[in-house]
Design a protein around this ligand. Structure first.
Ligand SMILES: [Zn+2]
Ligand SMILES: [Zn+2]
Length: 283
């Protein structure tokens, strides 16, 4: 029996590029309602972080899936040379008549790269508009869009069914009587098919408002055990936080589906929850 040899390899590049939300397929009123500030000026720009993940078998002779040089050359030719230091909404033919959202850019990068790869297969494309807003795309009709939010809270890991000594033994410093706290980073990933009229998966303003209402108001700057109903009887471990938040957010973003909640407790650990469905794991 041969051993499975699939390895995933990711390369990143940074693209400084401008875009504008000025197509006439929406009225000015609709444009501003859909794209907010982005629709109100001639253009603005970002340092996009573009990540391309390929997969393949490890070659016995080279010990590699693919020579990184060939991936770099392709990313330079197909992505960097088309987009970097350009106004891509005006200058890139394939991006001229589409709304320049992340839901457009993920599939664009995929379509530029996928047909040109040899020896390996494209697995995933990620495009970050900034560190708090990014898209994952793995081909097909579905896109995965992530927004990042931050809140600060105290908690104490404690199980009242155990003795004080057992709690100290199990949770260590995290059992401190009066609690301790974190700057939590919460990544909310939605999935679905973008609206063909706007190329948006979700109304970002409505998404931010839902997070404000359902997460920030109840959980930011509180003691999770003492100040919230949700954690009065549940140990507020990160594992339980992602599950509780899932219940609060599952129906919050129509027409998109909630795909993943990722919670960073510190810069050293994060926890992913995909609900009870079988889900596509994302990078
Ligand atoms: Zn922008
Ligand atoms: Zn903690």
């Amino acid at each position: 029996m041969s051993e499975p040899k699939t390895v995933y390899l990711t390369r990143r590049i940074e693209i400084s590029s401008a875009h504008s939300y000025s197509l006439d397929t929406l009225t000015e009123e609709e444009r501003i309602a859909t794209f907010g500030k982005s629709a109100a000026t001639h253009a603005h720009g970002h340092n996009y972080d573009v990540r391309v993940t390929v997969k393949g078998n490890v070659d016995d002779e080279t010990g590699m899936v693919v020579n990184i040089k060939s991936i770099d050359a392709l990313m330079k030719e197909r992505i960097d040379e088309q987009l970097d230091h350009r106004h891509y909404s005006l200058e890139v033919e394939k991006l001229k008549n589409v709304w320049p959202t992340l839901e457009t850019l993920g599939p664009f990068v995929w379509n530029e790269m996928a047909p040109c790869l040899e020896e390996c297969e494209l697995h995933e494309v990620q495009v970050f508009e900034n560190e708090d807003f990014y898209v994952n795309y793995q081909g097909g009709n579905m896109v995965y869009l992530t927004r990042v939010y931050r809140f600060a809270a105290a908690h104490r890991l404690h199980n009242p069914q155990l003795s004080d000594e057992e709690n100290r033994e199990l949770f260590g410093k995290c059992n401190n009587l009066h609690g301790h706290g974190h700057n939590y980073t919460l990544e909310i990933t939605l999935c679905g098919e973008p609206d063909p009229r706007t190329n948006c998966l979700v109304d970002i303003g409505a998404m931010d408002a839902a997070i404000e209402e359902r997460i920030m108001k109840p959980f930011d700057h509180v003691h999770l055990n003492l100040d919230t109903e949700e954690f009065r009887g549940i140990n507020p471990s990160s594992e339980n936080i992602v599950k509780v938040f899932w219940g609060l957010l599952e129906d919050a973003f129509p027409p998109a589906d909630l795909h993943r909640i990722r919670l960073w407790e510190t810069s050293k650990s994060y926890f992913d929850y995909y609900g009870e469905k079988d889900a596509v794991a994302l990078g």
